[in-house]
Design a protein around this ligand. Structure first.
Ligand code: DMJ
Length: 455
């Protein structure tokens, strides 16, 4: 499947950000700006490497060496460029040892730094790589920045300081953390919107899915990648998860555990495909949890995995919808037409993989295999892999996009699910939110939360 996705991108979309597998041409969206930055190449590199596809890896490396240029007049998403490009380049560097990846990651990071020039130091959502001018998404509550965007920079930026010896990256993300720590949280929950001019929360909407998700993930992973020395991050994670469990996690009438969304004092009984990553997160955070509740969090991870599997199993294609409800007799099923699509997302498979690593219960491989077969049957087209618009229809139409995260995440997690645990052991590697593995940093005589003088 990886060869099919890569070879077709190579043939029809080379250098473009993504591939339209039916039209057989390049594809892009505004998150990557208006320039061809080869997002699929950068995102796919470490998966190619792990799978032993070395010729393909070398082709990608050559393209990056010769063509990847960040001095372009293009307005990109700081978050997306960080998780896919900087994360992808750093992982390729750590796996292969090739300097070019580190050099490009550092060049690109320098281009993102102007996004932090706001009155509070909370970065803009977008930045123009050439002019350094930043701004926020027009749709975000009252000019706000997004929690899952400015809160998902930590891992990559700490690694950048580690690799360069320059504390500037570390200082930017620690400043965000300090600011968040000082703020009041309604019911202990972090709202998804924060205004970078005033430092005040926007709309009180809290989500473990889109707009919130990877902020929580990065609190846990900051602790893990510091070799568990960054106890400040672990405490923030524990506090946040306790509030989430109290206010957002419920059991449906049919006994399915779900994570809803908090909107202005009201719990919406709806869960996104994106939220399904949390099963893996709870399992990953079980060890080291407060009051030794490891068993509880592993169980919670298993319950979320089960619910998300049900969201797949209750469709015609055996692929999960973008969002599903637990309301009025409906359980783990999408209700609105515009929530019935599947765009090759990884989160459910990601959770199967973490649950597999921690329990070795064969049902997770079984569920992963069901998803693999469904993707191969319904998303494979002759020019690559495409998302589908309605998972409840027996004759679905395609969206004609091969997302870069399909190669970075979905196929990587599937491959790992059927590999031995000694391939990227979780004691040594921490995966960023785009599934790019970064090594645990063993920093003698330093603490990540207090001392930036590490090298
Ligand atoms: C990916 O880019 C990352 O996993 C991100 O954290 C959330 N969305 C996509 C995949 O669905």
């Amino acid at each position: 499947m990886m060869k099919h996705a890569w070879d077709n991108y190579r043939q029809y979309g080379w250098g473009h950000n993504e591939l339209k597998p039916i039209a057989r041409k390049g594809h892009s969206t505004n998150i990557f700006g208006n320039s061809q930055m080869g997002a699929t190449i950068v995102d796919a590199l470490d998966t190619l490497y792990i799978m032993g596809l070395h010729d393909e890896f070398r082709e990608g490396q050559e393209w990056i060496d010769k063509n990847l240029d960040f001095s372009v007049n293009s307005e990109v998403s700081v978050f997306e460029v960080n998780i896919r490009f900087i994360g992808g380049l750093l992982a390729a560097y750590y796996l292969s040892g090739q300097e070019v990846f580190k050099i490009k990651a550092v060049q690109l990071a320098g281009k993102l730094l102007p996004a932090f020039n706001t009155p509070t130091g909370i970065p803009w959502a977008m930045v123009n790589l050439k002019s350094g001018v930043g701004r926020n998404w027009g749709w975000a509550s009252a000019g706000s920045s997004i929690l899952a965007e400015f809160g998902t920079l930590h891992m990559e930026f700490v690694h950048l300081s580690y690799l360069t010896g320059d504390p500037v990256y570390y200082n930017k993300v620690m400043h965000i953390r300090k600011l968040l720590q000082k703020m009041d949280r309604p019911n202990g929950l972090y709202p998804n919107y924060l205004n970078p001019r005033t430092g005040r929360w926007g709309q009180h909407h809290t989500s473990v899915g889109g707009l919130g998700d990877s902020f929580y993930e990065y609190l846990l992973k900051a602790w893990l990648m510091s070799d568990k020395t960054d106890t400040e991050a672990r405490k923030m994670y524990d506090d946040a998860i306790e509030a989430i469990e109290k206010h957002l996690i419920r059991k449906s009438n049919g006994g399915l555990t779900f994570i809803g969304e908090w909107k202005n004092g009201h719990l919406e009984r709806k869960m996104g495909h994106l939220t399904c990553f949390a099963g893996g997160m709870f399992a990953l955070g079980a060890d080291g949890s407060r009051d030794d509740k490891a068993g509880h969090y592993l169980q919670l991870g298993a319950e979320i995995a089960h619910t998300c599997h049900e969201s797949y199993d209750r469709t015609t294609l055996k692929l999960g919808p973008e969002a599903f409800k637990f309301d009025g007799g409906v359980e783990a099923v999408a209700v609105r037409q515009n929530e019935k699509y599947y765009i090759l997302r990884p989160e459910v498979i990601e959770t199967y993989w973490y649950m597999w690593r921690f329990t070795h219960d064969p049902k997770y491989r079984q569920w992963g295999w069901e998803a693999t077969q469904a993707i191969d049957k319904y998303c494979r087209v002759s020019g690559g892999f495409s998302g589908v618009k309605d998972v409840y229809s027996s004759s679905p139409t395609y969206d004609d996009v091969q997302q870069s995260f399909f190669l970075a995440e979905t196929l990587k997690y599937l491959y790992l699910l059927f590999s031995n645990d000694d391939l990227l052991p979780l004691d040594n590697w921490v995966f960023n939110t785009e599934a790019h593995p970064l090594p645990v940093l063993h920093l003698a005589n330093t603490t990540l939360s207090g001392n930036p003088a590490y090298r």
